[in-house]
Design a protein around this ligand. Structure first.
Ligand code: ACO
Length: 450
């Protein structure tokens, strides 16, 4: 479904150039909810000026009808539904359907969709050889980037981005194959045989089965843990125009095929400032080691000259509790109870750290609250997921959002290749110097000394 064009308001902003007395009218457009935006599409043409916004802190890069976030209020909605309600009442397959098709499915539509996804859970057997090319110690995210990108070489019948049917098949394939690809990366790293997908199981149960089952014995898993896994995927399903989603959109804007675009998104997600934070939280809590050391780490987090940051805290958009973090916190307690983990030392440190940070002047003033990653790592660790798989699990959930956002972009009537401009601060034109006239620059000395 295409989004309706945003409404132009009967309101303009005037940009006045004090130097030459020229003024430029900038139209204001409004969405359904949230701040209005200045439409600067014609600004350069009319004024010769670009806007400068590193990190896009004030820039809407697209219009979208998928996810709405109000960072001040701590609101996150998909297609109008609050994340808490979705996490409590839906399952991940329903949320995938909602993101892709903009409505919650009827029972018939759900069953059809669920079956469609199940039809695509296997990957081409030839891809097994690609896994073998990786070192056993390779990070699963490195494997994910490679294998998902390589899907482009196998599924040629779903890479024509101009064919709506192929776009849909590619979307289903990506959602269906991600758990298989991630679980295979894990099995490869520990040298166990791959476990093939079992379509009698639900999406999340199937993933846990592929992760933990072995061919020699029957594997059963507690339903509450399956639910926790499913909730983890729901809470990570989409998050508006974050770094990895913007990467998917930018890659897709050049008409690259969907598998290549999602591989680009996985690469972006990997960074510790984004999806890699769940892994970084566990590393940090392990390093803190004892509640007695918390103060010392908080001092480091506040020190401008120390690169250390409190992982799992802060967010570009949320200046309030991340709504996903509160659901995650509750789920965390449920999981620990099911697993009969009475005293988890990392959870104890996390709870104390959260408490101290939330009452600390620095964190209050900068509106730094726990984000989704703060608790998710503890849940995953308790479920036996190895730390280096955490971000791969995030990627499984986020694929639903990435592919929905990619589809929305391709179907947008005003789709253009993403091509930001820059403020050039390099040398102006200089005359070419012949080799014999060049001097050695001391700034390069460190490089040659290596
Ligand atoms: N610990 C200590 N100080 C912090 C933290 C933190 N976790 N986060 C932000 N700050 C401080 C910054 O130093 C900065 O201080 P200043 O104003 O004195 O310079 C101020 O708060 C604003 O921070 P920015 O980096 O400008 O905020 P930005 O929106 O660019 O960054 C980010 C957001 C990357 C998430 C940041 O908060 C961070 O690095 N957090 C830790 C990593 C993390 O948990 N990432 C997961 C994000 S959620 C997700 O991707 C699912």
């Amino acid at each position: 479904m295409n989004n309706p064009l945003p409404k132009e308001k009967n309101k303009t902003f005037t940009l006045f150039d004090n130097e030459n007395g020229n003024s430029y009218e900038i139209p204001v457009i409004e969405g359904t909810v949230g701040p209005d935006v200045l439409d600067i599409t014609n600004l350069f043409k009319e004024s010769g000026l670009f806007t400068y916004d590193p990190g896009f802190t004030s820039t809407a890069s697209c219009k979208s009808g998928i996810t709405y976030i109000d960072g001040e209020q701590g609101i996150l909605r998909h297609r109008g539904y609050d994340i808490k309600e979705l996490a409590e009442n839906s399952n991940f397959m329903e949320v995938c359907y909602l993101l892709l098709h903009s409505e919650l499915p009827s029972p018939e539509d759900f069953s059809k969709f669920d079956n469609l996804i199940k039809n695509h859970t296997m990957i081409n057997e030839q891809l097994v050889y690609l896994y073998r090319g990786f070192k056993r110690a390779a990070h699963p995210m490195a494997i994910m980037v490679g294998v998902v990108g390589a899907l482009s070489a196998f599924y040629h019948d779903s890479t024509d981005i101009n064919d709506p049917n192929q776009r849909m098949i590619a979307s289903h394939r990506l959602i269906a194959k991600m758990p298989t690809i991630a679980a295979m990366a894990y099995k490869y790293s520990i040298g166990q045989p791959y476990i093939y997908p079992n379509n009698e199981l639900s999406y999340s149960e199937n993933f846990l089965n592929m992760m933990f089952a072995v061919p020699t014995q029957k594997f059963t898993i507690d339903k509450t843990l399956v639910k926790a896994m499913d909730r983890f995927f729901i809470l990570h399903a989409d998050h508006e125009q974050n770094a990895s989603t913007s990467t998917v959109r930018l890659a897709g804007s050049s008409n690259a095929n969907p598998f290549a675009c999602i591989a680009a998104g996985i690469a972006s997600l990997w960074g510790p400032a984004h999806g890699g934070a769940n892994e970084a939280v566990i590393k940090m809590l392990t390093e803190i080691n004892s509640k007695d050391n918390i103060d010392q780490y908080l001092l480091r987090a506040k020190d401008k000259n120390d690169p250390f940051r409190l992982m799992g805290f802060g967010h570009r958009v949320y200046k309030n509790y991340d709504p996903r973090a509160s659901v995650m916190k509750d789920t965390c307690h449920e999981v620990l109870e099911i697993l009969n983990i009475k005293n988890d030392p990392l959870l104890d440190i996390a709870l104390e750290l959260e408490n101290i940070a939330l009452n600390d002047e620095y964190f209050i003033e900068k509106k730094l609250y726990p984000n989704v990653d703060f608790y998710s790592g503890i849940i995953l660790k308790a479920m036996g997921i190895p730390t280096n798989m955490f971000t791969a699990l995030f990627a499984i959930g986020r694929t639903a959002g990435w592919i929905s956002q990619w589809k929305e972009m391709i179907e947008d009537p005003i789709k253009k290749i993403g091509r930001p401009r820059q403020l050039y601060i390099g040398e102006d034109k200089r005359n070419y110097k012949p080799k014999e006239k060049r001097e050695r620059k001391s700034i390069f000395e460190w490089l040659w000394s290596k």
